[in-house]
Design a protein around this ligand. Sequence first.
Ligand code: FAD
Ligand code: NAP
Length: 875
Amino acid sequence: MSAVDGWGSANRYALEIAAGHVQSRAIRQRGNVIMKLDLASTAFLAQLASLGAPGFHEMEPEEARLAGGQIAESYPPGPDMASVRDETITGSDGAGFRVRVLSPTETPRAALIFYHGGGWVLGDIDQYDTLGRQLAKRTGAAVILVDYRKAPENRYPAAAHDAYDALTWVDANITSIAGKRVPIIVAGDSAGGNLAAVVAQRAKAENGPDISLQLLVYPVTDGAMNTPGYANPDNQLLLNTPLMEWFWDHYAPNKKDREEPGASPARAKDLSGLPPALVVTAEYDVLRDEAEAYGEAMQAAGVPVTIKRFDRQMHNFFAMPGLLPAAATALEYVGQQIDRHLATSSEVDAVIVGAGFAGMYQLHKLRQQGLSTRVIERADDVGGTWYWNRYPGARVDIESMAYSFSFDEELEQEWTWKEKYSPQPEILEYAQHVADRFDLRRDITFETSVTRALYNEDTARWNVYTDSGEVISAQYLIMATGCLSAIKTPDIPGADTFKGETYITGLWPHEGVDFSGKKVAVIGTGSSAIQAIPHIAEQADQLTVHQRTPAYSMPAFNRPLEETEIQQMKTTYRDYREAQRNHLAGIPYPERNLMPAAAEGDNERKARLETAWESGILTALTSSYMDVLSNQDANDLVSEFVRDKIRARVKDPETAETLAPKTYPLGTKRPCLDTNYYETYNRDNVRLVDLHKTPIQEITPTGVRTTSGEDSYDAIVFATGFDAMTGALERIDIRGINDMALKDKWADGPHTYLGLSVAGFPNLFTITGPSSPSVLSNMIVSIEQHVDWISDCIAWMRDNGHTTIAATEKAETEWAIHNEQAANLTLFPQANSWYIGANVPGKPRTFMAYIGGVDVYRHICDSIASDNYQGFETA
Ligand code: FAD
Ligand code: NAP
């Protein structure tokens, strides 16, 4: 059956239920409720109903256990563990019970004791084996499943005693379970959540083992059964009031017992001082209200509590791994919360900010060197640029086989790029593959931003603050925040008043955008716009492009890669990588012609430039003569060649002239590669607005007003770029010695030594920071060079007993002078580019990348390192 068939049949089930066709007392009258569940849960309930089985409470306990066991048989096996060990514990009252210790493949970072659900009557650790393994794999904790004694054979407080005895056993055996003392988490679902809550209260009351976190998944908290859910049949899917009564009657038939906190933790008089809690609930669960009420009561008593309700879910969804997609979503959520929680209590050697290619490789390197390292990333996955920029047509403009990591030969060989210039989804997939291959995610905290980083001179450590409220102490702080990651919010009056759809290329919706039948405006004509415009034009009813400065773009001639060229590159990769490292821009081919442009006659030059053009390589034109980027006349020759190409590609001469750049030298703003960009202006549904002639006055609720009038649009796409190089760093409040703010220090432009270190900010490193070659190169080449250098520096510090390192003011000043001199030897400062900060109003104008070349720069960095880190101060 195809996925679509599956979807269709599930949908039919849902419809049948809604129409009351499925013969089940429990479900027939509540079709409207089931329709509120997600489709997988609806289908599951429908299947269950079609079996026509009686409710558990209409069975004998033994019979109900068998029926429950049958559902568990359909769970897939859990992931492999480093070890699985069953042990029998003798409890404090002399009775024995089993525990299962599931050890993840890495050294456990916590011990998570899980009490299974089943109303204290049903369930066992075999039925929870899959979930236990999944929890162990996702959280990196050793999971201890507890087979506490069940009712009615063993009534209250037997299960609660066993649960507590399991805690003391884990505490006493923690080093054999985890190799060292690690935080203990008590967890459970439903009646198991009840036991976890009870155990946490008893540990507090008896000054028992330290519990780091309570994970309470729709816990039973009060035997009074008087929260609104009990009176509302809509909430009673899979678990209803009669079944809860049946459970309580078996577990604590004596109503007085149910008033004790040992059975009903919500009855405890004082909840203060309990461990932090994560309370997970389901929208359509009879236990939802009492679970959330307990969470809120703990919160009111000052306990840090997170309550997470999963919408469109029913009771028990968490414990049905493999059956319900929501179980996987919830597991991931719980995993992230546990990541966060464990992190709160940890000090690390290094914090890395950002999980793009830079942060990922830096994490891998520091781990290899034995440093405890955490990465903080705003997105919910790795990839950086390639996570955020999902606009149509987004792709790399440096050949994919060259724009890839070189640090691991096996990675290089196992990954096969499909196109000469791979599209964003493929590059993101590559980043995800790298994360999987090197198991990076377990040290990355996602959906979290670093907001402040304060250097503490007394401890010589950084305190790194996140928007989730954590403060992480680290010896090293490594910024992998990206040169092009801080979106430049549209700086056009009225931009926030537009009532139609607005999109920003660098924050593109993950689900994609359908422009069919719409009138669309694009603002900007940089690399992002040039890639997106041909795709938007194909979909939209009408497209109007608003151009302030035209770009120089050449065709990419993108195509699928052929097997032979892939193999050829894979065979010679080592030589190629060496050539990359020793090239000006990390793009060794076509080789730079060392002849000045004037040295060749018109025909030879035309032929040379044609060959460069046909290569579809970003640097081919600027490499065609040695002086294209340093001599205006040479540049004019090549620029005019490109303008002629634009004139040939665009049918309307006026549009072609508007698109042909004339106000700055070719190459001094980032050149672009395109696929059918200029040809797009030959379409009837595409119009170009020249903002130099008719500037935008404002964005109105319905459209864009230029000096020639207002046009209305359904959607506006802002392809207006980034606060490049410094934006992501300055958006964090970074303070070094004497509370000096980086932003203040950089008020007149960024000052760094090598783009790696900043005077007054010890142990702060910036990967591809300002004044390094960074954006003037194949970025992965520059990222690898920086990460290797930083990692070597840290290793050297450790070997030589240094705690801190920072650039000296003198070295920083000298590097700034050298940078400026180098830039002034070229035509680059002439353009109003983002390289120089000209795209952000009010930004100081300094050339922010080192222009001397990746090869020269590498040599400088290596010499400084081998000269005992000349220009740096250590302590
Ligand atoms: P990024 O990939 O930008 O990653 C930085 C990460 O840091 C982001 O995920 C961000 O969410 C996170 N972050 C930032 N601040 C914080 C914070 N305060 N808290 C938590 N997380 C934070 N380069 C090339 O060489 N060739 C190309 O073809 C190319 N194409 C590009 C196309 C586009 C659309 C863009 C925007 C850039 C392109 N670049 C290209 C440059 C690209 O940015 C680099 O190649 C590379 O991906 C940068 O990796 P990175 O890890 O340094 O930074
Ligand atoms: P960009 O190059 O800065 O382009 C932004 C565009 O928006 C420019 O045309 C700019 O005009 C225009 N703009 C900005 N503010 C405006 C305003 N207020 N009114 C009108 N127009 C305005 O940004 P980008 O296109 O996102 O590219 C940024 C960099 O990312 C690239 O240079 C490149 O390094 C990288 N990138 C690479 C690729 C690739 O092909 N692999 C794709 C996308 C991005 P002005 O020029 O007049 O300021």
